[in-house]
Design a protein around this ligand. Structure first.
Ligand code: SPV
Ligand code: MG
Length: 325
């Protein structure tokens, strides 16, 4: 059994590009740490949404840029180390102006992240579902950021996604179309069109009127009754399941903690929780057993010092990058 991380940064960027561009709807499932990322990959998803809301919540802080970029980077490194599937990071507003945004791209690529979403709001951001009429960024400033991010990327397929908040902020479909067109012209690889309506009506209206050539991404958090297939028929290329693992974990942790607190026993929760054997499997303890066999000295090896020094043992290598002799 091999360790993770067999895909290169370049191949993961290409996979994310493909997921967003192919005619079948692509699904990006939320993860907020290494463990949830492993679950997402194990279930069979082809891509991860590294959600700002979920990562912040897992840290115990608000989705208001209370978490620093370097704290996010640490989480991204853990996610990236844990899985082989591509990761799209929720880059909020890019942590400042164009200069901070292009530096963000550089640091993300160093962690083998395959793409980033940047939204047309103001730093510090507020979660889109809080309050009404949030102020939007100046279109030209957003376009400058997008262009700088495109220019900064090393891998040509690293995905730079422009998130348009016109609908959420009450500016309507026409404003959304104008902004999205400007973002495409600035170099964006895809448009994330966000809505907080309970139906997908304004997403349908937007996608029917969209004349751009880059794909559309939607996040049906509030219009959750709309199946992905219907969104695909509307012209949406990929969906983001934005926060579902984080919300699932809060629910089950509350249930289990409450049951133990009330009953003063562990008896009633065993069926609600994951057996330890499955945790060991998820974390691939078997690989460590196999590595121990290869790299630890054999128990019966006589490597006591002799007159000529310790007797060397031959270690079986898994890979061989040695220079040809
Ligand atoms: C997130 O998951 O942090 C998002 C998506 O930005 S949403 O919360 O739906 O705006
Ligand atoms: Mg977010």
């Amino acid at each position: 059994m091999q360790m993770k991380n067999s895909n290169t940064h370049e191949s993961k960027c290409s996979l994310l590009k493909e997921l967003i561009n192919t005619s079948d709807i692509g699904i990006l499932m939320e993860a907020h740490n290494g463990m949830s990322a492993k679950v997402v990959e194990e279930v069979g998803f082809s891509g991860i949404w590294a959600s700002g809301l979920s990562i912040s919540t897992a840290y115990g802080v608000r989705d208001s840029n209370e978490l620093s970029f370097t704290q996010n980077l640490d989480v991204l490194e853990a996610i990236s180390d844990s899985v082989d599937i591509p990761i799209l990071f929720d880059g909020d507003t890019g942590y400042g102006n164009f200069n901070n945004a292009r530096r963000m791209v550089k640091k993300l690529e160093q962690r083998a992240i395959s793409g980033v979403v940047i939204e047309d709001k103001i730093f510090p951001k507020t979660n889109s579902f809080i309050g009404e009429n949030q102020r939007l960024a100046d279109v030209n400033e957003m376009c400058g950021k997008l262009a700088a991010m495109c220019d900064a990327r090393q891998c040509k397929d690293f995905q730079i996604v422009a998130r348009c908040e016109s609908l959420i902020s009450g500016h309507g479909v026409l404003d959304a179309l104008q902004r999205a067109t400007s973002y495409e012209n600035a170099g964006a690889d895809a448009i994330f069109i966000h809505s907080k309506k309970e139906t997908a009506d304004e997403i349908r209206e937007f996608s029917q009127a969209w004349r751009g050539s880059i794909p559309l991404i939607a996040t049906p958090t509030t219009y959750f009754k709309t199946p992905f297939k219907i969104l695909e028929e509307m012209g949406i290329s990929a969906v983001i399941c934005a926060n579902h693992n984080m919300r699932a974990s809060v629910r089950i942790m509350r249930e289990v903690s409450q049951a133990i607190f009330v009953s003063q026993s562990l008896e009633h929760v065993e069926d609600l929780i994951t057996p330890l054997s499955e945790i060991f499997e998820l974390m691939n303890y078997q690989e460590l057993d196999e590595a121990n066999e290869i790299y630890l000295p054999k128990k019966n090896t006589n490597n006591a010092a002799s007159i000529n020094g310790p007797v060397p043992t031959k270690v079986q290598r898994r890979t061989n990058f040695d220079k040809a002799s």
